[in-house]
Ligand binder design. Structure first.
Ligand SMILES: *Cc1c(COP(=O)(O)O)cnc(C)c1O
Length: 463
């Protein structure tokens, strides 16, 4: 008993420990280190109580433990990772990486006052998205546009503003769940609209829509079945036929095209991905899509279409709740700016660069990375891989790619865990009992970091 009392007396006060030079010079927020120090000292008391330890560590060790714990806790928030999965639009990893110009635009406007709703020439209130609207008109030929927080919000705003208290006709083949409980039938219901299902799961024709039209019909909605594919005996009503039907009965045709490609992505091997411009060309009245999928910009929802409908949305109270913030607007504006020249867009927008990489480029990248790993005493080999666009684009379609597979003594699961635990976590894939990093989603700037990490884990011995 005597001994325990003695140990307790040796435990420093938190305030005292906080004066230790290690803590003073650690560069962390003091309140975070103090919280960690308190927890470490409490834990120490508990251990002494149950006689797990018989010696109190010295102040230097306790200070270091507190700093370490505070650092570990600070890592829990959002931070960069290296994406070696080959999934370009990985929703869990933040989808599209922004271009350098978009990042710069965000940085410039975020920490300072900006012209968000201010017209410099007139010296009075201006529009927050005037410039974006101009770019979208140039790129897609749309009459008007409006920007909200994401495409889910876009669908809500469209339905509330255009179709409340009326019927919305949707094909049974398109009553999908987009993800995160966002289900088309549910959403229509919650927007105060009545869903009229037409056709069947695999086949719906334009005539099916026409039969369903009555005086309560407020819209026809087409939803791109982004994250699944029905194959075989299928048919859906083409947007141009639906548009003709819409005009005949004066009913707006809405298309949620999901990814929203602004350039033709067929040449990258992504087929069946609707182009925004084409959908409008074929007569859709309102088209919605995401900003952070194939477009390669910030998270947002973009609605383009006929002036009269966009004006309804802008007037709707829900718009005030869903409108995008200044950072999103800055990033989107900078991203759209380069679309006037597809080559510049491919060079500057990471999603497009990743898609446009040839197999040759990917293989040579993998070879460079492998060589770096070998120079550091590690081992890895170049293997063929298949990457995917992700983000609900073109389900089931894979792009030929190259990857590096570390060769070590530890198991693939251990490799995966160790690389994931690095200070900048490296996220790879395991397939057929092989761990690998797909080159398509890896930035060249990260090669050295990855080489060091892989060299380290491939030299580990099995315990
Ligand atoms: C991804 C997707 C959405 C949701 O878009 P978010 O920008 O993630 O809200 C809606 N509809 C379709 C067809 C999609 O593919």
């Amino acid at each position: 008993m005597e001994h325990i009392e003695n140990l307790f007396r040796q435990i420093p006060q938190v305030d005292k420990l906080m004066q230790h030079e290690y803590i003073i010079n650690c560069g962390m927020y003091r309140h975070e280190v103090a919280n960690a120090a308190r927890d470490i000292l409490n834990e120490l008391r508990e251990s002494i109580k149950v006689r797990e330890i018989s010696m109190v560590p010295d102040a230097g060790e306790l200070a270091n433990n507190a700093i370490h714990l505070a650092k570990e806790r600070a890592k829990k928030g959002i931070r960069p990772v290296i994406n070696g999965t080959g999934v370009i639009l990985h929703s869990n990893l933040g989808r599209a990486c922004l271009s350098k110009a978009a990042v710069e635009a965000v940085t410039n406007t975020a920490a300072s006052y900006c012209t968000l709703e201010y017209d410099i020439e007139e010296g009075k209130r201006g529009s927050r998205t005037e410039s974006i609207e101009k770019y979208l008109r140039e790129i897609t030929n749309c009459e008007a546009s409006i920007i909200v927080n994401n495409n889910a919000a876009a669908v809500l705003l469209i339905l509330f503003a255009i179709a409340s208290n009326g019927n919305v006709i949707v094909s049974r083949g398109e009553l999908v769940e987009i993800g995160g409980k966002f289900r088309v039938p549910d959403i229509i219901d919650r927007c105060g609209c009545y869903l009229l299902e037409v056709g069947t799961t695999n086949k719906t024709r334009t005539a099916d829509y026409e039969v369903a039209i009555d005086e309560n019909t407020k819209a026809m909605l087409k939803v791109h079945s982004s994250n699944f594919k029905i194959v075989g005996f299928t048919e859906s009503a083409p947007i141009d036929e639906l548009s003709t039907l819409g005009k005949k009965y004066n009913i707006p045709v809405i298309e949620d095209i999901g990814s929203g490609a602004l350039v033709n992505v067929n040449k990258y091997g992504l087929y069946d991905e609707p182009l925004v411009k084409e959908s409008l060309n074929k007569g859709a009245d309102i088209v919605s899509f995401s900003g952070d999928k194939l477009l390669g910009g910030p998270q947002c929802g973009i609605i383009v279409g006929k002036k009269e409908y966009i004006a309804e949305m802008r007037k709707h109270p829900l718009y005030r709740a869903l409108r995008a913030d200044k950072m999103t607007i800055a990033a989107l504006e900078a991203t759209l700016r380069v679309y006037a020249d597809t080559q510049v867009a491919e060079r500057e927008i990471p999603v497009l660069s990743m898609l446009s990489q040839t197999e040759e480029m990917l293989r040579s990248g993998a070879e460079v990375l492998c060589k770096k790993i070998e120079e550091l005493g590690g081992a890895a080999e170049v293997i063929k891989a298949k990457s995917v666009a992700g983000g609900g684009s073109v389900p089931g379609l894979e792009l030929n790619s190259y990857a590096i597979a570390p060769i070590g003594k530890i198991s693939v699961d251990e490799m995966e865990q160790k690389l994931r635990a690095m200070s900048v976590p490296i996220i790879g894939r395991i397939e057929n009992n092989r761990y690998f990093l797909d080159m398509r989603t890896i930035f060249e700037d990260d090669y050295d970091y990855i080489a060091n990490a892989v060299a380290e884990i491939t030299q580990l011995m099995v315990k």
